[in-house]
Structure formats: C-alpha cells, structure tokens
Ligand binder design. Sequence first.
Ligand code: DUC
Ligand code: ZN
Ligand code: ZN
Length: 460
Amino acid sequence: MSLLIKNGRVITATDDYVADVFIVGEKIAAIGAGLPVKADEEIDATGMLIFPGGIDPHVHLEMPFMGTYSSDTHETGTRAALFGGTTTVIDFVLQTQGRSLHEALGEWNKRAHNTTFGDYSFHMAVTDFNETTRKEIKEMIEEEGITSFKTFMAYKGALMIDDRQMIGLMEEVKKQGGLVTVHATNGDMIDYLVQKNREEGNLSPLYHYLSQPEVTEAEASERFIDMLDYTGCPGYIVHMTCEGALNAVRNATKRNQHLFVETCIQYLLLDASLYEKNFEGAKWVMSPPLREKKDQKALWSGINQGLVNVVATDHCPFMWEQKKMGEKDFSKIPNGHPAIENRMELLYSEGVAAGKITLNKFVEVACTNPAKIFGMFPRKGTVAPGSDADIVIFDPNKKHKLSAKTHHMNVDYSGYEGWEVTGKVKSVLLRGKVAVDNDECKIEKGYGQFVKREKVSGKI
Ligand code: DUC
Ligand code: ZN
Ligand code: ZN
C-alpha cells in the first residue's frame, strides 16, 4: 500500500519547505517537490502544514491513584490523543512498594496489549529501590526496551523514595544506559503544609495550591540536579512549573549536565487564579499546582532559550464525580487534569499563532525532542525518509472551540471549555495508515503498537 501526500508545507524541528511525501507501507519512502511516483492513494495537502505525529511522553492512563483510577484507559486515551495529533504516548508503570518491577509491568501490559489505538511506550516508576529492583534495571533496558525510570520526591507514604534510594537508582541507571526522570517537589514540606491547612480548617481547592509553594519545587529540583551531577546520570525533570526551578536548571547548564526539562501545556497557559473559584477549582487540582503569570513568562522564555526541552501534558483525567471525593477536603481531590487531546492545538494556537515560538520550535518540543530524549529517534519524531509515517496534516487557519461536548477524552469536563483556538488537526497518519480524518477515527482498537526504546545517550 502506498500513499502520496501532495504539496503540503513540511515542518520539522529544523526545516520548512513545500513538498510531496511518499509513503510505502508503514514508512516514509521519499520526500521532494513534484515527486514522479504513482501511489495507490493521494491526499492533496495544499495550504496545509505537514508535521510529525506528536509524542506526549507524560500521560497516566487507567492509573491507580488516590483511591481511584484515572478515567481514560489505554484505549480511550490513545484514541483521544490521535484526534489531537499525538500518535505516540509514554505512560507510567507504577511499581507497588514491596513488589517487583516485572510484576508491575505485567499488569500494565495486560491493560495496554491489543487495546490501544495509538503507539505507546512505558516509563517504569520505581517506588521501592532495593537489591531486587537494582537487578531488574538492566533487564528493563535490554529486554523490555524501557529505558527511563520515574521517581517521585513527593507523595509521601505512597510513591515517594528518599535520597538514599535516589542515589542508588541513579548509579545503576547510569551504568545500564538509561535515564532517571523525576517529579521534583519536596514531599516532606508538602506533607507538613497539607496537614497544617487541614488542621486549621482550610479545606478548599485553593489550599492545594497554598500547600505546594514554589520553594517546594525549586528546592527539590536543585537537589535532584545536584544528585545527578554527583552520580553523572542523565536526568529529566517532568512537569516543571516555575521560575525558581528553572533557575536551578540554568545553574546546571554551567556544569554541562545531561539534564532535560519538561513543562506541560497547562503551566504555560493557566494560572493559580483558577483556584479562587471555590470547588470548581478542583478541575485544576494537579501536582504541582498551576502557578503565577511570571512563571508562565519564565517557561515560555525557557523554551526559547533551550532550557525547557519538551511540552507534555501529565494527562491524568478524573470524572467530576471522582473530583468530588475531595469536596470537603482538598487533600482527597484526585490530582490530575485532561489534556492529551488538546496539547498540540493549544501549543500551536497559543505558541505559534500567538507569536511566542516558531513552527520549528513547536515541532522540536512536541515531537522531536521527546523522541530523541527517550530513544525513539529517528524512527519517531520527524518527517524524513526511513521514519515511521506518523504524520499530522494540519489546517493552520481553521478556528474552533474546545469543549467537553466535542472532545474524545473520557472525562465530563474540559479544563479549556469554550477556548477558541487557531489551527486544527485535519488528518493523522499512524505508521502509514490514515488514523483520523476530518474528525472521524479510521482505525480499530489494537492498531497501536508498543515501542521498544533504545538506550539513551543523555544528549540531543
Ligand atoms: N500529578 C498529577 O497531578 N497527577 C498525576 C501524578 C502527578 O504527579
Ligand atoms: Zn508528577
Ligand atoms: Zn505525572
């Protein structure tokens, strides 16, 4: 089966030109102006942008968390992702404390195998680092193609590891050719502030925000970066939200550290004033919380300065009934926010169309860098001969509104209800197949494949 996408404006992290893209089977076979080829099917992409399928390296699908499960499964989440131009996601396997990494992987494999629409991979979240876990790191990397290991410096008593375990894990991961990723906030400080607010009867969503001040993130980020420097392990800080944490990264650049930084679309666009809406603020209860306008500015600058490498989502949706578990106590509101479907269009609209970042930067942070950092490049993350034909055909001028009434995520509200965005996904190809076309899904559940990843170099 072959397909010719004619006359689109091809955007990669470095290039911008009008050409035809010729696809044979699952791969891109050739790119050039007026390609003299005959294909089984043709798509006219005149006036459209052609960019690589988005890669969201931070999603939680059917995640057991805070006494419930995130409401998008691997099936519904990867399908919604495709509608929004994201063709590959990286979900998190969570080790249960006292159990092995293999046991956890077995559970997640059962959930994702033959159920996904889009391609996917896993990070392994290490919540209990001990001698058994140490031995499993090499097997995860070499046999399973899972090369990134997530750690939590917060969620005390559930997911958090201490600095002793962190150093041990970094040493082992470095030795085996992987990457340590981190939720970098100070778990003990947050625990203290949460308890204090509860005792004082401060129970509304606003106190979720006030229990995680900027210093809790800046301190943990700096500590993580120092431990990385000491061990020489490559690292990646997930969902960075604030100026204080970014300043710690700036210092690391002076030491030429192998450090990558991710922010999420919500931290670029939304701010903490949303927590003043009484219980409606629960829609944006996530950790870390939304911050201030000055932090948004710092993050956009960080993207342009190359300090922030990736824009992801931390997609972790909960139905409104689930959010209501914390109606009387903010600390019981399941943490998380839906965005897997909205990331690419929001970043294009508020980033590129609004003049904050270039088209090339958009592709770099949403597609290419996640592929490079996590060992999937050049198979994923670019439009080039030999790469998987994961392609978005995008109408840059079409305006539309985001709403829970029209989105495909399995969640009954939108964090962006009524937002008008410029630019819309028209069609999406996944490994050569049209997966979405004009708001219709064209593939079946189970088409998505697990992506085994390469060892990481710590450089991009
Ligand atoms: N933060 C969230 O808001 N949800 C899932 C996990 C996390 O770290
Ligand atoms: Zn986190
Ligand atoms: Zn997360």
